[in-house]
Design a protein around this ligand. Structure first.
Ligand code: GLC
Length: 443
């Protein structure tokens, strides 16, 4: 009857065997991944010439919504004239994020820094005439925020890259190895220079789907990065040679079988600045998605799309500030925690302190009254409301004195202790959490 006890150690070890498509042994990267696992929140920044017309980043010409020539005319309107990296970094810090990832080059091939590999950069080809990346990394590092470089492997502008529009390509890689090799030394050269000049803590590749690991030389790319900085973290878009997985816009319903993962998601429906897109997620929606991600052992990489002049749209500023204020009140349940308990024990997101003696419950939808915890074997020391300090009472229901099966825990949550968005309860246990997930005495 008591064989079906689930101990914490059991579910962490299930996770460490996963990540089947990755060629990277999780044990070999565990140490360098620690800051990422603790970070929980990152801010993604899509800034590029597409903000001039406010159209889809790169995809607009690829999908033939605009001609390539007209798309590239946006170079003339990209100014960054109000770009203030210190303000960006302040806002990112205020949101509570521990890392940020910025576009160094999107699929359109326009480098957002002073590349020496060709002339297609905002430094040489736009009125901005400046590097966007370095001053932001400097400002972030001053605030102890890790720096990530988004880099598109795809480069639809490079004359020797095979792909171009959705229904046309320049050549087949297999038929023209000379051209492909030319492109390969070009993009690998850019990776080298980004590595040397900006020293990213994290590399966020994109577009690996257009070619195989052999064609990109993913293993070599990984080596280039790690030779330059052995602790760099690489996202999962390098055809199997990345360190963690990056589901995009889609919310996992059950816990992903990856050691480390990160949901990347937009605040409205687009990555870059698009004034016609008013479909802003509310702070409540962002916070519930965020807590769901961390409950399932992941991070949230929340994207903003600044205007061409470097101004961040006010709706995004507001969301980041609200998220930051919530993190200030409830950060103890977020940062430096681990994913929570399996579904069924509590109907909502949870996290645990690293030593598993504290369980945090996230109450979505402003629940008050009696909430229930199932299968908790431990004695509860005390329950408080984060950001408020109120102590809550609880009652154990249905515990039979001679049976080892635990009773239900009912916690009374009064209305007046509620958070503006998501209330967090801190349940302190007498010892590391132990859960019962059996069938209540039936075999
Ligand atoms: C994508 C897109 C892209 C966006 C990105 C962010 O798949 O190609 O435009 O930059 O991923 O996750």
């Amino acid at each position: 009857m008591l064989k079906r006890f689930l101990f914490l150690g059991a579910f962490t070890s299930i996770l460490s065997t996963a990540n089947s498509q990755s060629k990277i042994d999780p044990a070999s990267i565990k140490e360098k991944m620690q800051w990422f696992a603790d970070a929980k929140l990152g801010i993604f920044i899509h800034e590029g010439i597409y903000a001039v017309n406010g159209i889809d980043e790169s995809w607009s010409f690829h999908n033939k919504k605009i001609s390539y020539a007209d798309y590239m005319k946006q170079l003339n309107g990209f100014t960054l004239k109000n770009y203030n990296p210190e303000n960006w970094a302040d806002l990112i810090k205020e949101s509570g994020a521990r890392y940020a990832v910025i576009t160094t080059k999107h699929h359109d091939g326009v480098a957002m820094y002073d590349t020496k590999m060709d002339d297609l950069s905002i430094v040489k080809a736009t009125p901005a005439r400046r590097d966007m990346v370095k001053p932001l990394f400097d400002a972030l590092r001053k605030r102890d925020i890790k720096c990530g470089a988004y880099f598109s492997l795809i480069d639809w502008s490079f004359p020797d890259y095979p792909g171009f529009l959705k229904d046309s390509s320049r050549y087949q890689t297999e038929n023209d190895y000379q051209r492909w090799n030319k492109f390969r030394s070009f993009f690998q050269g850019q990776i080298k220079e980004i590595g040397q000049v900006f020293k990213p803590d994290l590399w966020w590749f994109d577009g690996d789907w257009e070619h195989s690991a052999e064609q990109w030389e993913s293993q070599k790319v990984r080596n280039i990065i790690l030779t330059n900085n052995k602790n760099s973290i690489i996202n999962g878009r390098l055809q199997g040679y990345g360190d963690y997985d990056t589901p995009e816009q889609n919310f996992p319903v059950s816990r992903p079988a990856f050691n480390w993962w990160e949901l990347c998601m937009t605040v409205n429906n687009n990555w870059g600045y698009q004034p016609s897109d008013k479909n802003w997620k509310t702070p409540y929606e962002i916070i519930t998605i965020f807590t769901d991600a961390i409950s399932n052992g992941g991070n949230l990489l929340l994207d903003i799309g600044p205007k061409e002049d470097g101004t961040i749209p006010e709706e995004e500023v507001k969301v980041l500030k609200e998220l930051g204020a919530w993190n200030k009140r409830n950060g103890e349940a977020v940062f430096n925690t681990i994913g929570g308990i399996p579904q069924g024990h509590f109907y909502g997101p949870t996290t645990l302190s690293k030593d598993s003696t504290t369980l945090f419950l996230f109450l979505q939808g402003n629940i008050s009254g009696n909430i229930t915890l199932k299968g908790l074997m431990n004695k509860i020391k005390d329950i408080t409301v984060l950001g408020n300090g109120a102590k809550l009472t609880h009652k154990i229901v249905g515990k039979i004195s001679w049976s080892p099966i635990p009773g239900l825990v009912y916690i009374n949550v009064p209305k007046d202790v509620q958070d503006k968005y998501v209330t967090v309860l801190k349940v302190t246990l007498e010892d590391p959490i132990k859960l019962y997930d059996g069938k209540g005495g039936l075999k």
